[in-house]
Design a protein around this ligand. Structure first.
Ligand code: ADP
Ligand code: GLC
Length: 525
């Protein structure tokens, strides 16, 4: 058959112009998994030949890490609008100017646009000052990002680029879909299709009526079907109500949030939008998290050279000044030390866990009370439990490589990335059966061990001592070196690259465009 004809008949993949908007982007700004996903998913979409641009705030620590950064555009917002009300500079034409800086995502051709504004020019993290206190104007700060995203997406800037799809992530970007729908209804112009990804329902961006008015959001949106949320308003609700498609980062969490326990007061809305709601499992950056090439660990290893892994255990014990015991089960934990991560469950069982032949290393920061309770256990049992408070990228890699098992007793977990890193590093994840943890780790039951599907230890209840039982079981499994090795190798063979998930996002974009064309979002706009 003629080659040309074969080519013609092939279905061509869509090529979309995607504006991907987030408050975090590794390596420029990261406090958790959101930063990782906003780095690795766009790269995977680029590999599928999509025209993707990422938009984030130009935090000073982000600018500092960016190579060849240059200003590529200035965008004017009406100064009598909310920028003027906030006291931001307005020129003679009553416009507030915002610069767009451009750089690339390291190791890729993905363009990153950063919004430069004095609202972002502060030390600390994207959300907190350097004393760990939340900026009290985060609503204004992220609303600015949303307004700028709309200008770019609508093609009204000198960037000469217009989006087919706007992909927003978490509450900080929740108003974009609202503002785009307003463009469509009020100005009768077409608008890009909108996709909103929930990385965490626990953070909803809730602010007062007064702030709502300052933000110049239409007063008609103040009703409980739209932005109002128990006499305040919520950014995330904007994303959930007004986006053509909503998704979250694992199939199980997509179900869980439709129930009261996980929906934070929005479960009915999510259940109502059920046909537009889906779950797509996060992938991981297979280059950055690759034990065979990871420059941040002591000794590289793969399935074939798995005997090199223990050198990392020794290095980790050294780092934490723990006795260098080769045959004691070393448990690692890297996390934001908050309620979500089940740190309190661990603490409640700590006394009994430390009676087992284990060592524990913890890296993280967060809730001060949880931190100090961990400190107390550590000073009581320094030869068994060591703690490093703070954020340390390099050490997080060494913990994944050097630990025998990894603790993730999360109360809820939309997806979770650390259990995926653990599997890749031959480190057995001990997880609670929730959200993405339930979707990615297979429990080491007798049956699963014998049919070789087991990859970790899974426990269910938050009450009582099930975490203790899980650690106990892990100790028993660890005693049988052959069985343990099989478990490690089975985990290392799992496939959690972005390849499949990125394809699912592409389908989601196609569905979002179809929905935008087919259905009118029921709104007061
Ligand atoms: P979440 O986004 O809820 O915090 P994830 O498991 O999705 O949880 O992702 C957490 C990411 O943040 C991982 O890449 C993890 O290694 C990283 N991380 C969390 N705390 C720290 C820390 N203290 N130091 C270094 N990396 C951390
Ligand atoms: C959130 C969730 C986490 C998820 C991450 C990336 O912060 O807590 O479970 O992996 O976002 O999607």
């Amino acid at each position: 058959m003629n080659k040309k004809i074969v080519k013609k008949n092939k279905t061509t993949k869509p090529k979309y112009k995607i504006l991907f908007v987030s408050s975090e982007l590794h390596p420029f700004a990261k406090t958790g998994g959101l930063g990782d996903v906003c780095n690795s998913l766009p790269k995977a979409l680029k590999a599928l030949h999509q025209d993707i641009k990422i938009l984030i705030p130009a935090y000073p620590f982000a600018i500092q890490k960016a190579e060849n950064i240059k200003q590529v555009a200035t965008i004017d917002l009406p100064g009598e609008g909310f920028p003027g009300k906030l006291g931001l500079p307005v020129d003679n034409d009553k416009a507030h100017h915002v610069n767009i800086l451009e750089t690339k995502l390291p190791g890729s051709h993905v363009k990153v646009w950063m919004v430069e504004s004095e609202l972002y020019n502060r030390p600390g993290t994207p959300y907190f000052d350097d004393k760990n206190k939340e900026w009290e104007d985060n609503d204004f700060r992220f609303a600015l990002l949303n307004y700028i995203a709309v200008e770019i997406a609508m093609g009204r800037t000198s960037l000469q680029w217009q989006a087919d799809i706007v992909h927003s992530n978490d509450w900080q970007t929740g108003l974009i879909s609202v503002l785009l729908e307003k463009e469509y209804i009020r100005k009768k112009t077409t608008r890009p299709a909108t996709v909103f990804t929930i990385h965490n329902m626990a953070h909803m961006g809730v602010y007062s009526r007064e702030r709502f008015d300052t933000l110049e959001l239409l007063p008609t949106l103040w009703n409980h079907h739209e932005l109002e949320f128990h006499d305040d308003f919520s950014f995330i609700k904007g994303g959930l109500v007004f986006s053509d498609r909503v998704n979250t980062v694992s199939p199980t969490y997509a179900q869980e949030i439709q129930h009261e326990e996980f929906g934070y007061g929005l479960s009915d809305l999510l259940a109502y939008r059920n046909e537009r709601l889906s779950g797509i499992l996060n992938g991981i950056d297979m280059k950055e998290w690759n034990p065979a090439k990871d420059p941040m660990i002591k000794k590289n290893y793969s399935i074939k050279t798995i005997n090199n892994k223990p050198s990392n255990k020794t290095a980790l014990q050294k780092h934490f000044k723990l006795p260098q015991k080769k045959n004691t089960l070393l448990l690692g934990l890297v996390a934001r030390l908050v309620y979500q991560k089940g740190i309190d469950l661990l603490l409640e069982n700590m006394e009994d866990i430390l009676k087992l032949p284990v060592q524990i290393v913890i890296l993280g920061s967060g809730d001060l009370e949880l931190e100090s309770r961990l400190h107390r256990w550590s000073s009581k049992h320094p030869e068994q439990l060591q703690l490093q408070i703070g954020y340390d990228e390099q050490l997080s890699h060494l913990i994944e490589a050097g630990s025998d098992a990894f603790l993730m007793p999360s109360r809820f977990e939309p997806c979770g990335l650390n259990q995926l890193y653990s599997l890749r590093y031959g480190t057995i994840p001990i997880v609670r059966k929730t959200g993405g943890l339930a979707d990615t780790v297979v429990h080491a039951s007798k049956e699963n061990l014998s049919n070789r599907s087991a990859t970790g230890v899974v426990f269910q209840e938050t009450e009582g001592s099930t975490i203790l039982d899980a650690v106990n079981l892990t100790c028993l499994l660890y005693q049988n070196k052959d069985a343990w090795k099989k478990l490690m190798i089975n985990g290392m063979k799992q496939e959690f690259s972005w390849k499949e998930s990125a394809k699912q996002y592409l389908e989601l974009y196609t569905q979002a465009i179809e929905d935008r064309n087919k259905y009118k979002i029921h709104s007061s706009l």
